[in-house]
Ligand binder design. Structure first.
Ligand code: FAD
Length: 360
């Protein structure tokens, strides 16, 4: 067996670490000159969305020997809609870094891999197929997947973000559910530290939404963040992505090619979270290669989560700002706080059951 991993991001590196643990050799290719060679941004792991796993960081270390440090645990989420505000409190998840920073998740994973990475790789999938018996496709996008098999693209997303300086509580996150600034999407603030945070605007770029002027939406969002966080914020860095694909592959494995991370369909369409799923699909592909399970079976729960999350997305798209006001005001209720914090309840599954008939 000759294994090639194509892409040294979250899923490719998690696959590499797991193969090494089982003594299975491989070659890992990365097209860039270093791991995480892109803009720095803050991302989040939200407990209510990774259940039944409630603490993904502890789960990865206890069950898979993969060690990650988040920047901070998330203890409060401040929700802002057009006319309402509320706070959700509890052990809600984690804030972490991505990209070029030495503390980013990809750099932390890189430090756990002993096999040298072949950087600046220009090998195509077709070339790798000639030299290797097994390929793990971990390129972080659906480009190759959709050439090889059906990849159901459910939406593409525009993302604009920035690093800002100010005064923050590192456990307090802000989420804006307001279609005037993020049509059918949302915006958020994730603190890196007491002095720095990442602000991001994300919305589906359906033809109707492409009519909106991104710069204007961004300006409105920035004004709201400064108002709601009671301070002027100084922008030090920024990024922009359009047509970020969210979809699901038809077959997690075809022959000896494994589709992991975003090549599998790790990004959940509801709110665009995919880090945990990416790492897990990398681990599961490695387990299959080590004879410890079948990749298609292991990844089945993520396909189900994807479909549940798609119901949530389609629901969000039918709402308007006044619905969002009602949702945000509901967060105050004790029962909602309890459900979202209950370790054994899966809010995504519950919501999808309730909403599916309406969306269908
Ligand atoms: C702006 C933004 C914010 C996000 N926020 C969150 C969040 O808050 N929470 C969350 O859970 N998820 C979030 N996500 C989603 C999450 O980041 C992704 O699901 C995850 O990074 C995908 O991991 P991956 O391994 O598939 O790809 P990546 O981690 O992107 O790695 C892919 C790697 O493959 C390399 N590569 C590409 N092509 C080739 C090639 N031809 N040959 C060799 N190497 C190649 C790339 O250079 C890269 O290093 C966000 C995504 C974006 C874009």
């Amino acid at each position: 067996m000759k294994i090639a991993i194509m892409g040294a991001g979250l899923s490719g590196l998690a696959c590499a670490i797991t193969l090494e643990k089982h003594g299975v050799p491989f070659t890992i290719f990365e097209k860039r000159s270093q791991v995480g060679d892109r803009f720095v941004n803050g991302e989040a792991l939200i407990a209510a969305l990774t259940r039944p796993v409630n603490d993904p960081i502890a789960y990865l270390s206890e069950n898979h020997g993969i060690y990650l440090q988040a920047l901070s645990p998330m203890r409060h989420i401040l929700f802002f809609s057009e006319k309402e505000q509320s706070v959700l409190s509890g052990q809600l998840g984690f804030i972490n870094l991505r990209g070029r920073d030495s503390e980013s998740f990809e750099n932390q994973l890189f430090n756990q891999v002993k096999t040298p990475i072949r950087f600046n790789s220009e090998h195509s999938y077709e070339q790798l197929l000639q030299d290797y018996t097994h390929i793990v496709l971990a390129t972080g996008d659906a480009a190759y997947t959709s050439k090889i098999q059906d990849f159901q693209t459910d939406l593409t997303v525009t993302l604009k973000g920035a690093t800002v300086e100010g005064d923050f509580d590192r456990h307090k996150v802000g989420i804006w559910l307001n279609y005037d600034i993020a049509p059918q999407g949302y915006a958020f603030l994730l603190p890196y530290s007491e002095k720095e945070a990442c602000i991001t605007l994300a919305y589906p770029d359906y033809p109707a939404n492409r009519e909106f002027d991104l710069e204007k939406l961004w300006e409105n969002f920035y004004t709201l963040v400064c108002r709601d966080f009671n301070q002027p914020l100084h922008i030090t860095d920024s990024f922009e992505i359009t047509r970020y694909i969210i979809g699901l592959c038809e077959h997690p494995r075809i022959g000896n090619t494994f589709f992991v991370g975003n090549c599998f369909g790790a990004v959940m369409p509801g709110f665009g979270f995919g880090q945990f799923e990416s790492i897990m699909t990398g681990i599961y592909a490695a387990q299959d290669l080590c004879g410890l399970g079948h990749y298609s079976d292991l990844t089945q729960p993520f396909r189900e989560s994807y479909r549940n999350s798609l119901v949530l997305r389609r629901t969000l798209e039918r709402l308007n700002n006044s619905h969002l006001d009602s949702i945000v005001s509901l967060v105050h209720h004790n029962i909602v706080q309890k459900v979202l914090n209950h370790e054994r309840l899966n809010p995504l599954k519950l919501a999808s059951r309730l909403l599916r008939p309406w969306v269908n």
